[in-house]
Ligand binder design. Structure first.
Ligand code: ADP
Length: 398
């Protein structure tokens, strides 16, 4: 079966055509600057070189049409015609409390997703635009929705409630939701498979460490707690996001700096995190690591602070699960930064965690990086959210 996976942003549309028979990527690409001048599509077929195709895309329907036309193109294409696509799987950021699993999309589902727009005003409307565009261009192909929040809907109340007036939960559903659910779910399951432990009887903490970063405690295959909250601002210190801190700081800064709430929120989302801690004008850990190796103490402090918070969350979820079988590292940093993996793991030496430096020197591959003797296993698993969306879509078709 062939599943087209779509991840739609406000001016972009990312896609992958996945052959679910052998999990291969037949073609992938990215439509950018949709709705403005200079719109273009990056496209690569069968793992080949990517090419840039300049094409006018006034809206997302035009982008979807362009994707289809390219996929069936005589020269560039990988399929004969549209009927070879069995379903479309859409990444949707926020499903609120309405969606605890993936769904086949119809008008009612679209309405329910729209009702979650308040919770993710930057992302959900763009996701819906993408769904409607694909429905228009591929009216006879099932469209499925896979939510970033759905995996975390198994969290118990004690994990997702905030200690703020309860009426805000009742009135507006203000609570922890969590994100990166597709990644946490995919990676924890793969880790259990690789380690040979039964997923439905396992205690795993996944560290999804990218620009956006979150930790998830996965008990017996279900999320029991995660570090992001109502929005992705909560939890770890990230590339440019603050992560959690005393909320009273907001009022304090508004008064001191004479700034509006929206100015402060922009700072917390876009100008904080390791970008501001390191102070080298980059949020990229490659740059920060280079600075640290050159003796920049602030860069070293930044990496220390980042790793400390990750370790704290692992400790918290280990307690929540009454133990731990495995720590899993994934996403940009988790898959590419051996120092960060080692530093975080070193906090658990007292529990018998031992890292195998040779194994840990490998990047972007599925590999156990703890020693044979390590009481808690540590493993690196590259995430693959598109593949997971395709798998979920396949399940729904069955
Ligand atoms: P996003 O949340 O935007 O998807 P990523 O998962 O790409 O973020 O992670 C971005 C971070 O991962 C950056 O800090 C970067 O330093 C690190 N990273 C990504 N790729 C590499 C690489 N090949 N080598 C080292 N670090 C990398």
């Amino acid at each position: 079966m062939k599943i087209l996976v779509i991840n739609c942003g406000s001016s972009s549309l990312k896609f992958q055509l996945i052959n679910s028979d052998d999990d291969t990527v037949m073609a992938k690409g990215l439509c950018e600057r949709i709705g403005s001048e200079g719109s273009q599509m990056e496209y690569a077929a069968n793992g080949g070189e990517k090419e840039i195709i300049k094409v006018d895309m006034p809206d997302h329907a035009a982008a979807a049409e362009n994707v289809i036309n390219t996929l069936i193109d005589k020269d560039k294409g990988v399929i004969g015609d549209l009927s070879q696509i069995d379903a479309v799987g859409h990444r949707i950021v926020h499903g609120g409390e309405k969606f605890a699993s993936s769904v086949i999309i119809d008008d009612e589902v679209i309405k329910a997703i729209e009702e979650c727009n308040d919770l993710a005003p930057l992302h959900n409307p763009a996701n819906i635009v993408g769904i409607k565009a694909c429905m228009k261009v591929m009216p006879n192909i099932p469209q499925c929705g896979v939510f970033d929040t759905a995996f975390h809907q198994t969290m118990p109340k004690k994990a997702y409630l905030y200690g703020i007036p309860y009426e805000y939960y009742e009135k507006y559903k203000v609570r922890k939701y969590g994100f990166h659910g597709t990644s946490h779910s995919y990676v924890s399951k793969r880790a259990a498979e690789i380690l040979g432990i039964p997923y439905e009887n396992s205690k795993i903490v996944v560290c999804h460490l990218g620009n956006g970063a979150s930790i998830c405690g996965v008990l017996n295959g279900k999320s029991i707690d995660t570090s992001m909250g109502l929005t992705p601002l909560d939890g770890l210190i990230m590339g440019t996001r603050s992560g959690s801190f005393d909320p009273a700081v907001i009022e304090f800064l508004m008064n001191k700096e004479n700034k509006s709430i929206s100015e402060i929120m922009t700072e917390l989302n876009k100008k904080s995190g390791v970008l501001s801690l390191a102070g080298i004008g980059s949020s990229d850990f490659r740059d920060i690591t280079k600075e640290m190796l050159a003796g920049n103490e602030r860069a070293e402090m930044t990496i220390d602070t980042f790793c400390y918070k990750v370790a704290q969350y692992i400790g918290a979820y280990m307690t929540a699960m009454h133990g731990l079988d495995a720590i899993v590292f994934t996403a940009g940093l988790g898959e590419n930064n051996f120092r960060v993996r080692k530093k975080i793991s070193s906090y658990f030496d007292y529990l018998g965690v031992e890292i195998d430096d040779e194994a840990n020197s490998h990047d972007r591959t599925e590999i156990v990086i703890s020693k044979e003797s390590s009481k808690i296993k540590v493993i690196q698993v590259p995430t693959n959210e598109e593949l997971k969306i395709a798998q979920e879509t396949m399940e729904l078709l069955k």
